[in-house]
Write a protein that binds this ligand. Sequence first.
Ligand code: R5P
Length: 318
Amino acid sequence: MADLSTSAADKKEKEFFTHVPQEAPGFFLKGSHQYDWGLKNRLSRVFNPRDGRTVMLAFDHGYFQGPTTGLERVDQTILPLEPYADCLMLTRGIQRSIIPASTQKAIALRASGGTSMVSPFEEWEGEIGDKKFKLGRPGFEPLSNESTALSIEEAIRLNASVLAVQVFIGSAYERQSLKNLTDLVDGASRYGIGVMGVVAVGRAMARNAQYFRLATRIMAELGANVVKCYYTDEGFETITSCCPVPIVIAGGKKLPELDALKMSHNAIQQGASGVDMGRNIFQSDAPVAMMRAVRGVVHEGLTPEQGFQMYQDLKAGG
Ligand code: R5P
């Protein structure tokens, strides 16, 4: 793997040109200026053409982990947040059963699945001396054994702007998840629908800039129109710089609100085109206040501290 190589032939330093924006002549969104009208229009519903950014609200977690904390009743916890989102990232089941068809928000529709939190984990049994042990098979990630879980006709019926597909670079099912991505790109691009590749992380997958550069770039090269990955404290600007399409960050596990706002702010400063955030919003003590504060940081140029003040004020005001 070239990016992981330390061979003599690969000694030339990489140059990421992090201070040189990639041009998109005549269109506001990175990498998207040569698409057809319909796809540009759909992406303009996800990303605000005024600033090229988005606040996507992610609540698709149930597709593999059931009633996630904060999502036990989506009608109670997510519908109050809907007015403050640019885009709703969700499953077709929740869309049909809970989200009013009158919504004006863009839809990022979950299009891969087929595994769960309790998918069987393959174990090795071994012995050292008189000690028996059990180990997970290296590189075997049962959650990565996904297939596509949506037809293009269904995506059209549900008026999706983009389809979301999990990609597991470095897992046992890497090839299969990349095939899911390319199959969805082939199908969706026939109708001007976008595809968002979602970088999955797991035991065999390091959460660092080197891994995310590899994963995001592979997805963009294979046709993803948008890529979602995690923020890294080190080198995030190199990830966004060498990915030719927009990157949005996942929030990850619940953090203190100020930390989540700092992460959002830093990601935007370092080239992200927005956030696709779930738990850090719907697991907050005051989800509407947090959602509005995240919007303030992403769209209104608030500092994390100003965003946190906004969160506290709104929380105090009920
Ligand atoms: C997870 O697999 C889902 O795709 C979520 O949409 C994603 O992880 C973002 O949610 P969070 O901000 O909670 O990490």
